[in-house]
Ligand binder design. Structure first.
Ligand code: GDP
Ligand code: MG
Length: 354
């Protein structure tokens, strides 16, 4: 198809849909970017910052993200579809097995892998496990060395080298290779390996800060270069594939994670039971917050209901901001014993169809 015809078709579709937006240029790029890494390195924060909208909840507690979440960035020249994923960890129960299947599905679907690490620390075995998993993929791999705002200037050289080694071709042989003393000059087996950057003639890693916004434009340019040519898959106003009810449940869970301690937050699941726009413009939402044990229910409710109220008040503000409407949020606490070990309940709770 000639460029001219391509433009006409795009315009006809735009007219038909009544979107009135500029048609995508002929060299428009689009594709899926799987965002992977160990827990708590800042994957969800980064996706929110790149998309410019809160599509994924974040918290200092590991395993906040439980399923694949699509964050959509639409620009005149490209549409980047970020797949935020749960942190890679050893699956021990039904919930964790579900989470790891979500990571695998994202890797299978994607056009490029964005591996996120915490550069303020040296890489550990968890990072190496992720590196080994993605080394087997055929898609391009890029590295965001995140939390650069916490990187001590004295550690920059050592940490950057150690993190870049995670996705350099040598690291495919295993983590031990990285710390090994250099061999005598001329030793054939230890020839320095060309960094990936010189092979593709482009950078493959970037120091970033999701919270401060450092280098996000450069990271986007780096990603853009790896994406194939393709159309806009989603209308420009759309930032995620989650519906409003699912997002609202997630915002409640985010506040529960924020205020609850120790084992309680990990056993939380939130489902929306009722959603009614009222004539006075207020949206009435009822949600159930599940915990795994009777004792946890007491903690969740708090003295005189004060904990549940605090979670509700904070979540309501987030939901109101998202919906652009006033919200009346009612929360109920319930026990669902051992739901994290039950495949069927995990699927029901995570897919928001309870
Ligand atoms: P995920 O588990 O990888 O999705 O991590 P989150 O995005 O939930 O972030 C985990 C914690 O790290 C949260 O408390 C974030 O506020 C914090 N965080 C994320 N990115 C950065 C960053 O670039 N710098 C700093 N200082 N903190 C960050
Ligand atoms: Mg996350």
């Amino acid at each position: 198809m000639s460029e001219h015809q391509h433009d006409d078709t795009e315009r006809l579709i735009a007219d038909f849909l009544g979107t009135g937006e500029e048609p995508a240029p002929a060299d428009h790029r689009s594709g899926y970017v799987a965002v992977v890494g160990k827990p708590n390195v800042g994957k969800s924060t980064l996706v929110n910052a790149l998309v410019g909208h809160k599509v994924a909840i974040t918290s200092p507690k590991p395993q906040t993200t439980r399923r694949r979440i699509l964050g959509i960035l639409t620009r005149p020249d490209a549409q980047m579809l970020f797949l935020d994923t749960p942190g890679v960890h050893e699956p021990q129960q039904a919930l964790q097995r579900y989470m790891m299947r979500e990571v695998e599905a994202a890797l299978k679907d994607c056009d490029v892998v964005l591996f996120v690490t915490d550069v303020s620390r040296l890489p550990n075995d968890e990072d190496r496990r992720v590196a080994e998993r993605i080394a087997r993929l055929s898609q391009p791999r890029l590295l965001a060395m995140n939390k650069a705002d916490l990187l001590d200037p004295r550690d920059v050289v050592e940490h950057v080298a150690a993190h870049e080694a995670l996705i350099a071709p040598t690291s495919q042989t295993g983590g031990e290779a990285m710390g090994r003393a250099p061999e005598a000059p001329g030793a054939e087996t230890q020839q320095p390996v060309e960094p990936v950057s010189s092979i593709f003639n482009a950078r493959f890693s970037m120091l970033t800060s999701g919270t401060r916004g450092d280098n996000l434009d450069r990271l986007l340019s780096m990603l853009l270069a790896t994406l194939p040519y393709g159309p806009r898959y989603f209308p420009p106003g759309q930032t995620t594939d989650q519906n409003e009810r699912f997002l609202a449940a997630e915002f409640v869970r985010e506040q529960a994670l924020r205020f609850l301690e120790q084992e309680v937050p990990h056993g939380i699941a939130v489902t929306i039971e009722d959603w009614q726009p009222r004539p006075n413009g207020i949206i009435y939402i009822a949600a159930t917050v599940y915990v795994e044990r009777e004792s946890q229910k007491g903690i969740l409710i708090g003295k005189g209901g004060e904990m549940l109220k605090r979670i509700g008040a904070n979540a309501r503000k987030e939901i109101e901001r998202e919906l652009g409407a006033r919200v009346y949020l009612e929360l109920w606490a319930k026990v669902r014993r051992g739901w994290r070990r039950d495949d069927a309940l995990v699927a029901r709770f995570l897919e928001g169809s309870a």
